[in-house]
Design a protein around this ligand. Sequence first.
Ligand code: K1U
Ligand code: ZN
Length: 168
Amino acid sequence: MALLNILHFPDPRLRTIAKPVTEFDEELKQFVSNMFETMYEAPGIGLAATQVDRHIRLLVLDVSDARNQPCCLINPEIIESDGEEEMDEGCLSVPGFYEKVRRADHIRVRAQNEDGEVKEFEAEGIEAVCIQHEMDHLEGKLFVDYLSNLKRNRIRSKLIKMQKQKTD
Ligand code: K1U
Ligand code: ZN
């Protein structure tokens, strides 16, 4: 297993649109395992492949309190959505910032697992929010895109400053 490097906003690679997964092989399973290790170590409740510079439609999440319900979604689609909810969101690619974002409260998801098998399930609350947040990453979208230009630019400037301080 290996820890993967997480890209930080405003890295332009976070804007890449991910391609569907077509090969469900050993290399994919190893990558999924590395994604879980990276998410748990961060720590985060979700992680999209885009964030570790792999531009494939794959995400992992675990929103359980005990951190013992790992879930991997490959080629995920939201096939139904309902309701609205505003929740504080964070992002491992935007470290240190939490802002309110409005999203659907109930979703029905279709996705494949690591063996390529198709599953469908319903999610609500934090699980629904996390899945929508991670699926945005696969489209090159970040939660800061829902904020005003003023807020987003402030976050960008602060993160650039922090990244510079690290390398100086
Ligand atoms: O996509 C990511 O960078 C992961 C992100 C997911 C997320 C958080 C909150 C709302 C929507 C999506 C995070 O996990 S940020 C860290 C975080 O929220 C957290 C970490 C450990 C325990 C509990 C929460
Ligand atoms: Zn994120």
